[in-house]
Design a protein around this ligand. Structure first.
Ligand SMILES: Nc1ncnc2c1ncn2[C@@H]1O[C@H](COP(=O)(O)OP(=O)(O)OP(=O)(O)O)[C@@H](O)[C@H]1O
Length: 291
């Protein structure tokens, strides 16, 4: 049986009167790569922070590697890599000094990997020895990613890791991430708004909506079956689709239904007169699921 790396049950978090997480149930298994999607303010950062024990929750339970997150052993901590939304580096140290410091804390710190990534990601010459506080946002984010990969984590949690990277930086990062997963069977969860990136690496996507994981599925399955079906009320009112996501009645009486369709449902809909069936890409689906 595949090892469960992260198990979240009925997780709740409230800020004042705003319920951000309203009973999240979620599991991540060894080697699973999940893209976490949701609108701005949906609670993705809050979920990732509560999941790692960086933020107190108001209810529910999280276990990482089988241990409760609030009583995580040092050994389990060392198995986790985290890239926060805003890089939290030591601004007064240089990149070289910071990595020296971290290398002493982790038993599995890989100096050769750090050096290789630094050279490939623009940290040669002056940038290696400049205080981090004087680096650009993208450079800091690269350092934050190198720090998270350097100790060969088994669970990698990335909160919008590519937000301030240029297209070349994003491509390099994604290549590294794919290599990480293939070589080491790392469990990865990352949130992003750049859906094309997600399509290149994530095998599963999870949508956070209304404080819960509303939909999680393998990306290819989701895209294979996702359709918008539009037709008259007469044609669609009686239609009952198992994977229905959203149904809307337009001002002119037409109805559209967004659903994950089985091959059999697709076949039968294609045969219906006055019904239009359109494929959806991940962006369309994001809009529909998170509305
Ligand atoms: N420390 C805090 N105090 C009060 N409210 C907070 C705090 N942190 C987050 N929130 C609120 O919780 C909600 C979820 O925030 P969070 O940062 O988790 O969303 P997100 O999905 O990561 O958003 P984005 O995509 O914009 O990064 C927001 O409405 C935010 O204003």
């Amino acid at each position: 049986m595949t090892e469960v790396v992260v198990a979240i049950n009925a997780l709740k978090k409230t800020f004042g009167r705003q319920g951000v997480l309203r009973g999240v149930d979620w599991q991540l298994k060894k080697g699973q790569v999940v893209g976490l999607l949701g609108r701005n303010g949906a609670g993705k950062s809050t979920l990732l922070e509560c999941m790692l024990g960086l933020r107190e929750s108001d209810g529910g339970a999280v276990t990482l590697f089988g241990e409760p997150v609030h009583a995580l052993s040092e050994a389990s901590r060392a198995r986790i890599g985290y890239v926060p939304q805003t890089a939290d580096l030591f601004d007064w140290l240089t990149p070289v000094q910071m990595f020296d410091y971290f290398s002493a804390l982790y038993p599995r710190w890989n100096d050769a990997r750090v050096e290789g990534l630094m050279l490939r990601w623009g940290f040669h010459g002056e940038a290696r020895n400049k205080p981090i506080g004087r680096l650009s946002g993208g450079e800091k984010q690269r350092l934050s990613i190198i720090r998270a990969l350097a100790h060969e984590p088994e669970l990698l949690v990335l909160d919008e890791p590519v937000a301030s990277l240029d297209p070349v930086g994003r491509r390099d990062f994604l290549r590294e991430l794919v290599g990480e997963v293939i070589d080491r069977d790392t469990t990865v969860v990352f949130s992003t708004h750049i859906l094309s990136d997600l399509e290149r690496v994530a095998l599963d996507v999870a949508f956070l909506k209304d404080g819960r994981i509303g939909l999680q599925a393998p990306l290819d399955e989701l895209l294979d079956g996702a359709r918008r079906v539009t037709g008259t009320g007469a044609a669609l009112d009686a239609l009952c689709l198992e994977g229905e996501i959203r149904r809307e009645r337009h001002a002119d009486g037409a109805v559209s239904v967004v659903a994950r369709l089985s091959p059999a449902e697709l076949d039968s809909l294609r045969g219906m007169a006055a019904v239009r069936v359109e494929a959806l890409n991940l962006e369309d689906l994001f809009v529909e699921v998170t509305r």
